[in-house]
Design a protein around this ligand. Structure first.
Ligand code: ATP
Ligand code: MG
Length: 447
């Protein structure tokens, strides 16, 4: 039995306003699909016969979010932005872009949509469906199918290949045989997509899906992984005899266990095995550093922001194994200094994810990780200096003292940091000066 979408008040308002002005208007896409699946609707999207200038004229506050594609954002009184798009049809497609023109009918608009499950329209006031491609039937059968010939539809826009894997994984839909064949045949053309679109698709998998392993396994099975992420494909093919589980399975499980609200941590989990293939097959410092470099190359290729690259690669470079062996305060402080204390929260999430994985899979208790986090927190309570900038002495002090500025300053400060990590009580200007002198870094030697 069909679940009826419950259109929120602002959707009814927009529909009524457009229809009273004489323009047919429907709700389409994700919100309708999600309602039929019995999950929260998410963002509503509207399709209308009204051309963009009319939409802009009819509503007091609008934003031209994608005016060249016919999309006007209507701002509601509560500050919600509802996207209203004029019916469209494709004129020319290139595999990565479409030239569209406005269409007269809803049917034409639905026909250019990617999958049958995304091509169901709902009329918010008449409360009726338009479902010319059998999307509801496919949802009932849990089947993902393109609207029209799959080979043609993928070649119009290869992003649909990635979208198919995302929807199939997220909603546990089987990809229809013909669609699957065309999808696999399209993988060698994915390179024409812009790196940004490829990246956003992956991040949607990580941010939207409770269990991204489903879509990611389909990335591997279809050949998409090999085409776009060959270094991950090596992780997938990496066999480690004698280990409790395969490397790829381990990365996917860990990805699932981190929260969708922290997609960068999930990406870290997904990429953290990159250093193991083609190494000596063992995890350790060497593979962590190799993994860090491979993760950086992958992320730069797909134009991740510098901050994201830094975050993920710093985590991978430190290794994701909790340093359970750390117990004495200097050891804890040295680790925090190397990792950057701000990263401790991220590491904590990852270690707890790993501990949950071990508990679920091998019945191991998470106690040791909780104890380690307690030790770190206890250490941080004393606010020990952990960064060079927190030293009670800086380059200016060294100059004032008569030393000539030189690259040696960095080395001197590193030495001081080392002493202060060992014993935070040394962090006064006078004690540090003494230490500089003792170590032979004084003004005489610098001449
Ligand atoms: P979600 O927002 O949860 O990812 P969605 O279905 O709303 O899912 P959007 O990317 O917001 O996806 O797109 C809205 C609708 O536009 C889709 O449901 C689909 O009908 C259509 N659509 C989006 N991208 C494409 C595409 N590349 N080719 C064809 N139709 C598309
Ligand atoms: Mg959407």
């Amino acid at each position: 039995m069909d679940r009826k979408p419950q259109a929120p008040g602002y959707v009814l308002w927009v529909t009524k306003t457009l229809e009273e002005a004489g323009y047919e208007t429907w709700a389409v896409g994700g919100a309708i699909r999600n309602t039929l699946l019995g999950i929260p609707a998410g963002d509503w999207d509207m399709a209308t016969r009204a051309p963009p200038p009319v939409v802009q004229r009819l509503f007091p506050r609008t934003v031209p979010v994608g005016i060249e594609h016919g999309t006007v954002g209507v701002l509601t009184r509560d500050g919600i932005l509802l996207e209203v798009t004029t019916f469209r049809r494709d004129v020319v497609t290139s595999g990565r872009h479409a030239v569209v023109e406005f269409a007269d009918t809803l049917l034409e608009d639905l026909a250019r949509r990617d999958f049958t499950i995304n091509a169901v329209a709902w009329h918010p006031t008449c409360e009726e469906f338009q479902d010319p491609f059998g999307g509801r039937e496919d949802l009932d059968a849990r089947l993902l199918r393109t609207v029209g010939d799959p080979g043609e539809r993928f070649s119009e826009d290869y992003l649909r290949v990635l979208r198919a894997l995302r929807f199939s994984g997220r909603f546990s839909l089987r990809v229809d045989d013909e669609t699957w064949r065309a999808l696999c045949d399209s993988t060698d053309r994915l390179g024409i997509l812009s790196p940004e679109r490829i990246r956003e698709e992956l991040m949607k998998v990580l941010a939207q899906d409770a269990r991204p392993s489903g879509a990611l396994a389909l990335y591997a099975a279809s050949g998409v992984l090999g085409a776009l992420y060959p270094e991950l494909s090596l992780v997938e093919g990496c066999s480690r005899p004698g280990r409790k589980e395969e490397l790829w399975a381990h990365c996917l499980f860990l990805t699932n266990l981190l929260p969708p609200g922290r997609p960068a941590l999930r990406l870290t989990a997904l990429l953290h095995g990159l250093g193991i293939p083609e190494g000596d097959g063992v995890a350790g410092e060497g593979s962590d550093l190799r993994g860090r470099d491979r993760a950086a190359a992958l992320m730069i290729r797909y134009r991740f922001s510098n901050a994201r690259v830094r975050e993920v690669t710093e985590l991978i470079g430190m290794g994701l194994e909790p340093p359970l062996y750390l117990s004495d305060p200097p050891g804890l402080r040295r680790w925090l200094h190397r990792a950057d204390p701000d990263r401790l929260r991220s590491f904590g999430r990852i270690w707890l994810g790993k501990a949950r994985l071990d508990r679920v899979r091998w019945g191991e208790a998470p106690g040791p990780v909780l104890d380690l986090l307690r030790r770190f927190r206890g250490e941080l309570l004393g606010r020990p200096p952990l960064r060079v900038e927190e030293l009670a002495l800086n380059g200016r002090d060294l100059i004032a003292w008569g030393l000539k500025p030189s690259p040696r300053f960095g080395k001197i400060l590193d030495h001081l940091m080392d002493w202060v990590l060992e014993d935070p009580s040394l962090n006064t200007r006078d004690r540090l000066m003494e230490l500089v002198e003792l170590a032979g870094f004084g003004p005489e030697e610098s001449k």
